[in-house]
Each structure stands twice: as C-alpha cells, then as structure tokens.
Design a binder for this molecule. Structure first.
Ligand code: G16
Length: 544
C-alpha cells in the first residue's frame, strides 16, 4: 500500500458548528480543505487503527467525491474496515443505526442537512462516535484544535472504489464493504412499530403525502411506506434524491416544504402529511389543514408513547433543547417522568440516552427521535405518528393535538428567524442582550412581569461537562418566554433566532391564530433586542 504524506497548512475556521462543519461547496473544493479536516479527526481520535468506520451522506453535490477522498485517507490512517452506503448514501439516522448495529468505532456523515445543495450550495461533514451520535464538544474541540496546527495528511494512491456495487472490496490494506443504505434501518423500524396495524390502516383507505424534497429520505420512505406498509403509490413525492435537491431548499418547514403545504391545506387533502430534510433527520408533521409544531409533536408522542410497541414499557424520561417549548415538560410532570433541558444540538442528548435517563428527545428545529439511534430521525417520527393514528381510528391529527391541549394546556409557540444578517451587527445585538437582560428581573414589560433573565448554561448531568452562553432567556412570571440565540448551522452571515412562547391553560382560548396569540410578546421581543435599529430588518425572513 502506497501511503502519501502530503504537506499542507492550516485553514482558518474549521470549527464544527451546531452539527459538524458546514461551508459552501466552493470552500470544501479548495485543495486540501476536506483532507485537513478529516486528518484532524484521525489525529485526534484514539483507537481508530484497525477499527470499523461507517461512511455515507445525503447525496448532495460533492458527496461522492468527498467519500472517495475519505476512503483513501481512512486506508492511509490504518482503519481496518469501512461500511459505506451504496452510492455513498446514508441518511443521518441510518448512519447512526449502522454504527450501532455493527458496533463500529464511529463514522463520517456527509451532509449540510437542510441547507441548499449543488455547486453553489452548501456541503458539510460531521463525525459520529461509537454510540452512533454526533461527537460531543470535547471531541469537536480536539479536532478543531488539531486543524489549527496541521501540516500534513495521509492518503493512499489507489483508484476509486466502485460504490454502486454491493459487497466487499479492498483499498490498500483496508476492507470496504458497500452496504444497502436502507436495509438495517428498515429492519429497526419494523422492530419498533406495529407494521401490521399500519398495513391495516392503509388498507382501510388512509391517505398520506410524504415529501422527501428530492433528498435522502426518498428511498427510505419509498421502501418503508409504499413497499412494506402498502401506502398507495404516489404517497411519497419528490422521492428521487438529486445532487441539488431539484434546486429546492430541503428544510421541512411551512415555508420551504410549500408543495406539501399546498396539498395539505388544499381541497381533498390526505389525512396525514410529512416532510423530511436533506439528510433525513428532521420532520414536519401536518394533518388535513393542520400544522403540528415540533414542540407539540414531541409532547403528543411522549404522552402516547405506550401505544407504540417499541415503547410499551414506558419512557425513562424525556429531554428537549432549551428553546423548544415546555409542552413536553407538562406531559413529563403529569406522567411523573424526568425531564431534561439541554442546549441546542442533538449531541447533548447522547449522554442522557446512553445513561438511560431519556427515551424521547426533541427540538423545536423539527427534530424528534428516541434512543433507538443517537440522532434525530424524521421517518421514525412519521411512523410514530402513523402508529398513534392507527391506534386511534377515526381521530384526525388535529383531533389528537386538540385533545392533548385540552388535557395539558397549550403552549403557543413560534420561532422568528432573521437570516443573512451582518455578523458584527448580530454579535453586537447578542452582547446588548447579555448586558441588559439579567437586569430586567422584576420589571414589568407591557403587562408581562419578568421573573428572570439569563444566558443559558448547561451542566451535563452524566459527565459534568459545562456549556456556557447557549442563548439569552427572558422568562416571565406566567411562564411565557422569549429566547434569543444565533444559529450555528448557517454558512452566510449570521442568523438570529427569536423563540416566543406563551402558555394557555384555558381550552376555550386554544383556537387563536398563533401569531395573534403571541403578538404582545413578539413586540416585546423586537423592542428588547432593538432588532430593527441594529439589523435594519423590520420583519423576520422565516416564521415557523
Ligand atoms: C442541527 C442540529 C440540531 C439543531 C439545529 C438548529 O440540525 O443537529 O440539534 O437544533 O441544527 O441549529 P441552529 O439553530 O444552531 O441553526 P440539522 O438538522 O441542521 O443537523
């Protein structure tokens, strides 16, 4: 095996964000850029020599090229075996599943998630550890530190591996096994959900629309929903993964999944609609003319978990990211379940799940999952909802959610994003909030009395690690909240996220339009942060 040692110099800014390193494709295509980042991982990981790694991505532009480079570098760095999804494809939850099932040492997932793809779009790479979850901060910090001093990387001089043919080949001294990207994942879903009940549901004429947004979930949804469960042909739309997602923005929210939204809010809508993102970890759930917020989705699933075979014994606990609404807290309170509040980023749930403290986790950013893997899982959430609907014949998605509000109260909730801001202006705005918010305690803001204001800090209950400065919170006496933070996943300028929440226990007031129900708090949020003066933006770019 001919290993080349290639001289290189550090690149600035290779610090992983909320979920791995995400940059414009043009940045990744610079000579040595990807190689440096990958070598930094090999240099900072202990124990990869001779071990098994998993590799796959969401199929976006540059996915195949990057996969071949990583394979050559893995061989040069002494990896024993790589399991790679056919066509270099693996959804994020499937990669987590494959790592766990095959007890791999870890894996590289190639994705910029919901960010647009194509030559002018985004690319990304993240490393997942042996539990199948995104590498926690101590790993990402070590890899980043290494990027700042790196002066060489290792790569073998070998031809491309045929990634389209299933089976084993050799690359230098390393074995490459090309695996079916869907098989292990589909088997896991069948073990968790009542597939017979779901088949019966579809036989009864139940109609769904699943929008794969030309991203990775297409083949998974097709294989599971249509082929195995018998959903009518055409239930999966935009099911063929494309390198540029068909020019779309594969983010399953009310703005970007507009084709699905038009179907679900149109005449003769199916009973259930869902969409997933670029790498298949996010989900949006809709009923006939009804949107389920991700925070409510987590709460409804937690409240009804025991209807699903895989969770019949009940949940160990639940966890949500800090900006996610407190709807699941109310379920946990009533059911006597432990409930954890973590910073934004799925990596923070890993320790809780490994320690058996949390079974269901969720985030406002359209992420929901359980401890079956260590990633959020879009199709899992869809199957969970379908399983609930199969157990509640005659009830619609809206019926289920309204009944939930009636029992637990309603957390009106919305997120306002201000995208593409000047980074300095956004950082100044956050600095202003950090300086002023703690002093608001006891003050009355347009009728809302401030109970406390802080910058969220988290101490991991399992390993004691601390994460500071995770978002500015203003919490009011009645439990209403405003949260501000900057996104850690964007690639252009800065994105300010403002999360607004108000609890309404009174069922007769559960029918108000969300933005109207939150109007007072939205005005307070804009004023406190001086958003328009500091950013020049009168309104958000995306409201979810
Ligand atoms: C990633 C993370 C999530 C996080 C989301 C939004 O999702 O995995 O945990 O909630 O980003 O992060 P931010 O608000 O910093 O942009 P994905 O689907 O992009 O991998």
């Amino acid at each position: 095996m001919n290993v080349n040692e290639v001289s290189t110099r550090p690149f600035e800014g290779q610090k992983p964000g909320t979920s791995g390193l995400r940059k414009k494709v043009a940045v990744f295509r610079q000579p040595h850029y990807l190689e440096n980042f990958v070598q930094a991982w090999f240099d900072s990981l202990d124990g990869h020599a001779g071990a098994t790694l998993v590799l796959g991505g969401d199929g976006r532009f540059y996915n195949r090229t990057a996969a071949q480079t990583i394979l050559r570098m893995a061989a040069a760095n002494g990896v024993g075996r790589v399991l790679v999804g056919q066509g270099a494809l693996l959804s994020t939850p499937a990669a987590s599943c494959v790592i766990r099932k095959h007890r791999a040492f870890g894996g590289f997932v190639l994705s910029a998630s919901h960010n647009p793809g194509g030559p002018d779009g985004d690319f990304g790479i993240k490393y997942n550890i042996g539990n199948g979850g995104p590498a926690p901060e101590k790993y990402t910090q070590a890899a980043f530190d290494r990027t700042t001093t790196l002066d060489r990387y290792l790569i073998v001089d070998e031809p491309d591996v045929d990634l389209d043919r299933l089976g084993e080949t050799r690359l230098g001294d390393m074995t490459v096994e090309v695996v079916d990207p869907v098989a292990d994942y589909a088997e896991l879903m069948e073990a968790l959900f009542d597939f017979e009940a779901l088949r019966k549901l579809f036989r009864s004429g139940f109609r769904i629309c699943f929008d794969a947004m030309h991203a990775i979930t297409g083949p998974y949804a097709q294989a599971i929903l249509e082929d195995r469960l018998g959903a009518p042909a055409g239930s999966v739309i935009n099911g063929v993964p494309l390198e540029d997602f068909g020019g779309g923005h594969p983010d399953p929210n009310l703005k970007h999944a507009h084709e699905l939204v038009e179907i679900m809010f149109g005449d003769d809508a199916p009973a259930f609609g869902a969409a997933s993102d670029g790498d298949g970890d996010r989900n949006m759930v809709l009923g006939d003319r009804f949107f389920v917020t991700p925070s409510d989705s987590l709460a409804v699933l937690a409240a009804n978990a025991t209807l699903i075979p895989g969770y019949r014994k009940g949940l160990n606990g639940v966890a949500r990211s800090m900006p996610t609404s407190g709807a699941v807290d109310r379920v946990a309170g009533e059911l006597g379940l432990p409930c954890f509040e973590t910073p934004t980023g799925w990596k923070f749930f890993g320790n809780l799940m490994d320690a058996g403290k949390a079974t269901f986790c969720g985030e406002e950013s359209f992420g929901t999952s359980s401890d079956h893997v260590r990633e959020k899982d879009g199709l899992w959430a869809v199957l969970a909802w379908l399983n609930l609907l199969a157990e509640r014949p005659g009830q619609s998605v809206a019926d289920l959610v309204r009944a939930h509000w009636q029992r637990f109260g309603r957390n009106y909730y919305s997120r306002h994003d201000y995208e593409g801001l000047d980074s300095d202006a956004a950082n100044d705005l956050m600095a202003h909030l950090r300086a002023t918010v703690p002093g608001l305690e006891g003050m009355n803001l347009d009728g809302y009395k401030v109970r406390t204001g802080d910058d969220f800090a988290y101490t991991d209950p399992v390993d004691g690690s601390e994460s500071l400065s995770q978002g500015v919170r203003v919490i009011f006496e009645d439990g209403s909240r405003i949260v501000y933070r900057l996104s850690g996943t964007g690639t252009e300028g800065a994105t300010l996220r403002v999360y607004i929440e108000r609890f309404e226990p009174n069922a007769s007031k559960h029918g108000i339009e969300t933005q109207d129900a939150l109007a007072d708090l939205i005005a307070i949020a804009r004023g406190l942060a001086e958003i328009e003066r500091r950013t020049g933006r009168a309104d958000p770019t995306v409201i979810t």
